[in-house]
Design a protein around this ligand. Structure first.
Ligand code: SF4
Ligand code: SF4
Ligand code: SF4
Length: 249
């Protein structure tokens, strides 16, 4: 990659929380700007360019226009990075995928539904090749900076594939199950340093499932701790509906 990589940042269907998290870097943002040329970023500038080295993309793909645009981004970039749960998993947007899309359009737009060609919400990887991911809802600044630094240095970023529980135990947190809560840490990909349990909260699974997650075992635990079978499934679906129900991943 060139000494000063050209970076472009895009948003698709999401709340822009991941992008705003980037804008809040304060001191680090100046360091970032010293190492790259940001050539396109709708939230911060008006310029449009024909090619760039790294594209950072937030949001899921949920309209025909999204599909067209992500193909264009992929054509123009050398490295594509998905930012946050929406881009990496489909995210909360993908909860609509468990309903027939016509019903979703009807509910969302009523008689104007034909003006809004909604599709099931997909992760970027369902449509184009994704080179790296920064998970989480929102993605964290620390993880973004780690990946960013590795890319700028030409190093391979580290990608954890073990459960949040591992990080939680290493931090010697009291398990929230001991406090009567339920937690998706056992099946959720680590990398957030067990953020929520470290603040006494439960993990909602925002980083997606570990490879070979024991879903049946997790559901059994959730039911044992008071959820109905249906509630347990819904809890797991919050961020992982595409992975669990096979809609797309
Ligand atoms: S991952 Fe979360 S914070 Fe980021 S765009 Fe999606 S909903 Fe917003
Ligand atoms: S609080 Fe959650 S992440 Fe921590 S050990 Fe218990 S189940 Fe695992
Ligand atoms: S603990 Fe769970 S919900 Fe909280 S940030 Fe980590 S993966 Fe997301």
């Amino acid at each position: 990659m060139a000494n000063k990589p050209r970076v472009a940042i895009f948003d698709f269907t999401g709340c822009e929380g991941c992008e705003l998290n980037k804008l809040n870097f304060e001191n680090e943002l100046l360091d970032i700007l010293a190492h790259v040329d940001i050539v396109e970023w709708r939230e911060a500038m008006d310029d449009r360019v024909d090619e760039y080295d790294i594209a950072f993309v937030e949001g899921s793909l949920s309209t025909p226009d999204c599909i067209e645009r992500i193909h264009e981004v992929r054509r123009k970039c050398k490295v594509l990075v998905s930012l946050g749960s929406c881009a990496t998993l489909g995210g909360i947007n993908a909860m609509k995928n468990i309903q027939p899309i016509e019903e979703v359009r009807e509910e969302g737009y009523g008689e104007d539904k034909y003006l809004f060609p909604t599709l099931p919400a997909l992760p970027l990887s369902a449509v184009v090749k994704v080179d790296y991911e920064v998970r989480g809802c929102p993605m964290t600044q620390i993880e973004f900076l780690k990946l960013f630094t590795a890319l700028v240095r030409g190093q391979e970023p580290v990608k954890p594939d073990y459960a949040v529980c591992v990080e939680c135990k290493l931090k010697e947190n009291e398990c929230v199950y001991e406090k009567g809560m339920i937690c998706l840490g056992p099946v959720t990909v680590a990398g957030c340093d067990a953020h929520c349990p470290s603040f006494g909260q439960y993990c909602t699974g925002c980083r997606g499932l570990v490879t070979d997650a024991n879903i049946a075992g997790m559901e059994e635990i959730l039911v044992k701790h008071g959820l109905s079978v249906d509630e347990a499934r819904k809890r797991l679906q919050l961020y992982n509906v595409n992975q669990l129900e096979g809609v797309q991943r």
